[in-house]
Design a protein around this ligand. Structure first.
Ligand code: FPP
Length: 233
């Protein structure tokens, strides 16, 4: 039987380059990228992947020109809201990881609403990393552990890797088995640094707007060929 990763995490890269290569505005690359998001959700669900994490907006993305930040926020909120009924129908539960404190009240409410309305989904968990970065997540987790030590709820010697995992945004999720970054860039860019410790990495030479069913199937085939040893022989 083919090995199917339980958790795939994707850095969706190359929207801007895809658009520029076609003489289009960067924004149009992001719009085309939403179609790839939908295609991958369907493909993941169909192939039995249980968790699909998508890096939608990094803590560093706030530094892009304001017009692009606004466009991305709007596109993200609109697409997820529009797709919510279909996600419910498909049995997809949506979870957000990352900070929430820098969003407007309206965006925060919308995220909560999407999480609540999809909470019963049991086919696939779609994890959207939104204002997320791994170092930020680790800093927040470390503070929360330190506060427990300060309050006397925890002893320093009780801190181990399980305890740290339990304080991350991904606390009750399995670690990713496969991390994909499109566009040919070979870096993690502050994404799931802790959780990806034993993940297989795959860097296809394809821009995110072109990453559809066929590319997803290819990624599964590449993963099935890998031999994971977890530091053993
Ligand atoms: C990277 O391309 C992509 C992003 C920063 C945003 C990804 C967002 C979407 C696909 C839309 C919304 C997502 C969901 C889940 C509904 P880039 O702009 O860095 O491309 P470049 O490296 O070619 O400039």
């Amino acid at each position: 039987m083919e090995k199917i990763p339980a958790h795939i995490a994707i850095i969706m890269d190359g929207n801007g380059r895809w658009a520029e290569a076609q003489g289009k505005e960067r924004y149009e690359g992001h719009i085309e990228g939403v179609a790839s998001v939908k295609a991958c959700i369907k493909a993941a669900r169909k192939s039995g992947v249980r968790y699909l994490t998508l890096y939608a907006f990094s803590t560093e993305n706030w530094g892009r020109p304001q017009a692009e930040v606004d466009a991305l926020m709007q596109l993200f909120c609109q697409s997820v809201t529009k797709e919510t009924p279909e996600l419910v129908e498909q049995g997809v539960r949506v979870r957000f990881i990352g900070r929430r404190d820098r969003f407007s009240e309206e965006v925060r409410e919308r995220l909560l609403h999407i999480e609540r309305s999809t909470a019963e989904g049991d086919k696939l968990t779609l994890v959207l990393a939104f204002d997320y970065s791994s170092r930020d997540e680790l800093v927040r987790a470390t503070r929360s552990v330190a506060e427990k030590v300060e309050r006397g709820e925890l002893k320093a010697e009780q801190i181990d890797d399980k305890l740290i995992s339990a304080h991350l945004d991904t606390a009750d999720m399995p670690d990713p088995d496969l991390v994909i970054r499109t566009s040919g860039e070979c870096r993690l860019s502050n994404f799931m640094l802790w959780q990806a410790s034993y993940a297989e990495m795959y860097f296809p030479q394809i821009m995110w707007p072109d990453f559809r069913e066929e590319a997803f199937a290819k990624a599964l085939a590449v993963y099935a060929e890998r031999n994971r040893r977890y530091g053993l022989l």
